[in-house]
Unconditional design. Structure first.
Length: 227
């Protein structure tokens, strides 16, 4: 993603934030919370936890309620979003491509509906691997591109018309431009197969995966191994 488009995206997200969770719920047909919780199954403890692209802290809130977490860190490139983050812990201003943490800092990292907002997904995958401990776990939750080309076509149409519908239903016709910035992040977002290659090339092993709507909504749980 080009820097100017990324800046426009971040500004749009800040303006959309009062409506963002409602939008996620509508878009996922109410499945957004459930797939986050499904991805966390069989994870019960973390000493040092990072929510990357935390925004207002929706994923971090679920993690801290479900798991025994000692140290919580929430990173986001937006001061405005961190300011409304309601989870107790350290708030860190930072981007995916240049995380302000030492190597092997965390034994759990989550990234929910934010990895697609990275400027460079390859660099983001490398940084996530760098700051994750050996044998640490990384949970990615996001919308995706279905494997079936027919389902993918119809989901693409849905993603295209969704900004207009959301603007009408949620903001009474306002913020159409802001909603369309999210559509363009979907266009730029790599396929699930390509995402798998990125993390495998950075020493992570896929240990569990869940899909809904043919892969239009998915989670991947990764384990850090030796490269």
């Amino acid at each position: 993603m080009k820097d100017d488009r990324w800046k426009d995206l971040e500004e749009s997200l800040e303006r959309l934030m009062p409506y963002y969770e409602k939008m996620n719920s509508i878009m996922s047909l109410g499945n957004d919370k459930y797939i986050r919780e499904e991805g966390l199954e069989n994870i019960d403890f973390a000493n040092d936890y990072l929510d990357a692209g935390s925004g207002p802290g929706n994923m971090a809130e679920i993690v801290t309620k479900k798991l025994g977490v000692k140290n919580v860190f929430m990173m986001d490139p937006s001061k405005g979003l961190l300011a409304i983050n309601r989870v107790k812990g350290e708030r860190i201003l930072g981007k995916f491509e240049n995380m302000p943490f030492r190597n092997s800092s965390f034994d759990l990292i989550t990234c929910a509906f934010s990895f697609r907002d990275a400027i460079s997904h390859e660099k983001a995958a490398n940084e996530i691997s760098r700051v994750l401990n050996e044998n640490g776990k990384f949970l990615l939750v996001d919308i995706g591109k279905p494997d079936n080309p027919i389902i993918q076509f119809f989901f693409f149409i849905y993603i295209l018309i969704f900004p207009v519908l959301s603007s009408i239903l949620v903001t009474r016709g306002r913020l159409i431009h802001e909603y369309f910035t999210l559509f363009f992040t979907y266009l730029d977002y790599p396929s699930r197969k390509r995402i798998e290659r990125m993390f495998k090339n950075n020493g992570l092993r896929l240990i569990r995966e869940g899909r809904r709507f043919g892969g239009a909504l998915f989670y991947q749980l990764w384990l850090k191994t030796k490269i």
